[in-house]
Ligand binder design. Structure first.
Ligand code: HEM
Length: 523
């Protein structure tokens, strides 16, 4: 038995009804309570499970992965704002394609919950434990799966922790790490910028913001990249990352600092050590994968888009403009999975049943003809795209992500002013999974940049103390970094704890941990 929602805007809640008071404990945080699309008073619109599976399009498999944007447009033409689709295992779900319908779902948690345990397919045992969907949607006690008061408790700690970050410090870290990375490939005059730049910068910076000791950075970046690519060494890399985070939490108990880990531990929400660790993981992953994509796609745009070339020769498009354009046209997360209907309701004219799953089509919503009738029209300064979400779960790290991408790209262009694509643009390729797409390579060339003479300050000592196997830790990197960025003040710390797997951890738990994290984006 399901509870129908009354979406009739003429229905007014009784005066003082606690369920309608914003901010009341357990009350919805809705900012948009309208159903979208035509009403279906006679109830003829079929529910998800009544639709013939053979006629539905799959959101996975070769066809979907070859051209996701093309698939969204076919679905929009066939169904309008909200389309039925099939997920792995041919499980049906709704894909929200309209800009306005996406906002309705994001901003109305009373109707569209983040709690995946509501999914009918789960409750009926139709999702196997080994389903590729599980890493993305299996419920965990994290802010991303919470609603209402529990969400406010966990998210409050995360947002306060992130808001406490010194923004100038972020930019200093970004400038410095960009210089170190450029020092590695600068003398050759050629580089592949996805693997040599975009995939390194966000994690290097984030390790500093969470409070990792300096020397963990490069190895953690390698471990995270290894895990994302799913190689046979992924388990060992996973152990390394888990152990590093556990040591960090232990260390901050006696050695607090001006970092996210300490702010989470000291927050009035009273997070347990396990909650602190879990949310540091969420932040690291959410920050890394999305910002890598944002940097790679914006660099690609800068190197290929005529509007940008015009800027370099006196035109008007800037790096922030480029970021906005990419956030509209190529959002780092194409889809967010998902939301679950709390009761029967209507959306975009479709009859949504309690327990149905909805996928937020951020990429599709950003090119909805209703909001963008002319896709070629510039969007400078317009930030009403869906790429950071909206409503109670809206990305709390967007300023940090933008700062990493913007400062990193600016610094790269300053160091390599004649940067140009080394292959014809049509040779660039992307890999697509259901939640995101990734530029595979961005080969570039430029006038070789010789390393600066060795400097005796700044990052040299940090670089020298990093493990020899990490390519970024070379004297050349250190000297170039020191030449463009002031040394980052680092509080004195006890000596580094040796890196290695923690014997206390269950290997299956470790695997599940990373599978869940990486699954957010890669499945
Ligand atoms: C710059 C590229 C980024 C993009 C495009 C992006 C996108 C998003 C989106 C769409 C959501 C909402 C998901 C939902 O509604 O269910 C989200 C949530 C989140 N993001 Fe970001 N993000 C980015 C960077 C970052 C960074 C740098 C951080 C951390 C420093 C971060 C931390 C988070 C966290 C913790 C959440 C979960 C919030 C919650 O559930 O309440 N993100 N992000």
């Amino acid at each position: 038995m399901t509870t129908p929602f009354r979406d009739d805007a003429t229905l007014v809640p009784p005066a003082g009804c606690p369920a309608h008071l914003a901010g009341a404990p357990g009350a919805p945080e809705d900012t948009d309570l309208d159903a979208t699309g035509p009403a279906d008073p006679e109830g003829h619109e079929p529910g998800l499970d009544e639709l013939p599976v053979a006629e539905l399009r799959r959101l996975y498999g070769p066809e979907a992965e070859a051209d996701p944007a093309g698939l969204y447009e076919k679905l929009r033409a066939e169904y309008g704002e909200v389309a039925p689709v099939l997920l792995h295992g041919d499980l049906p779900a709704w894909l929200v394609l309209g800009h306005s319908a996406n906002l309705t779902v994001l901003r109305t948690p009373s109707r569209f919950s983040r709690d995946s345990r509501r999914w009918t397919a789960f409750q009926e045992g139709r999702v196997g434990a080994d389903s590729p969907l599980m890493p993305v949607i299996a419920w965990q006690p994290l802010c991303v799966f919470a609603d209402g008061a529990e969400h406010r408790r966990l998210r409050g700690a995360v947002t306060d922790g992130l808001n406490g970050t010194d923004r100038r410090g972020v930019r200093r870290f970004v400038t410095r790490y960009t210089a170190e990375l450029v020092a590695e490939f600068g003398p050759t005059g050629r580089a592949e910028l996805v693997s040599r730049f975009a995939e390194h910068l966000p994690m290097l910076v984030m390790t500093q913001l969470v409070g990792m000791p300096e020397e963990y950075g490069p190895k953690l970046v390698e471990a995270a990249r290894d895990l994302m690519k799913g190689t046979e060494t992924a388990i060992a890399s996973n152990e390394h990352v888990v152990a590093a985070l556990r040591r960090l939490v232990e260390r901050k108990r006696t050695d607090p600092g001006a970092d996210l880990c300490t702010r989470l531990m000291q927050h009035e929400a009273g997070l347990t050590d396990e909650e602190v660790l879990e949310h540091l993981r969420v932040v690291l992953l959410a920050a890394n994968e999305t910002t890598v994509n944002l940097i790679a796609d914006t660099l690609k745009m800068i190197l290929t888009d005529e509007r940008f070339r015009a800027h370099l020769s006196g035109g008007h498009m800037t790096v922030p403009d480029g970021l906005d354009q990419v956030l509209w046209d190529a959002p780092p997360m194409s889809l967010v999975a998902g939301r679950w209907a709390t009761g029967d309701t209507l959306l975009g004219g479709r009859r949504i049943r309690a327990g149905d799953m909805l996928l937020l089509g951020l990429a599709a919503g950003n090119v909805d003809p209703v909001v963008r009738p002319d896709l070629a029209k510039p969007l400078h300064g317009n930030r009403s795209h869906l790429s950071f979400g909206s409503g109670p779960h809206e990305c709390p790290g967007q300023d940090i992500g933008r700062a990493i991408a913007e400062t990193g790209i600016d610094s790269l262009l300053t160091l390599l002013p004649d940067l140009r694509l080394a292959v014809p643009e049509p040779e660039l390729t992307w890999t697509s999974a259901w939640l995101s797409r990734h530029l595979v390579e961005l080969p570039v060339e430029f006038t070789p940049r010789e390393p600066e003479p060795a400097a005796e300050r700044g990052t040299a000592s940090a670089a020298a103390s990093a493990p020899a196997a990490t390519p970024a830790a070379t004297p050349a990197a250190a000297s170039v970094a020191a030449s463009v960025a002031p040394p980052v003040p680092v509080a004195p710390r006890p000596g580094p704890t040796p890196v290695g797997p923690s014997p206390a951890l269950d290997p299956r738990a470790r695997r599940g941990w990373w599978a869940r994290l990486t699954g957010w984006f890669r499945r």
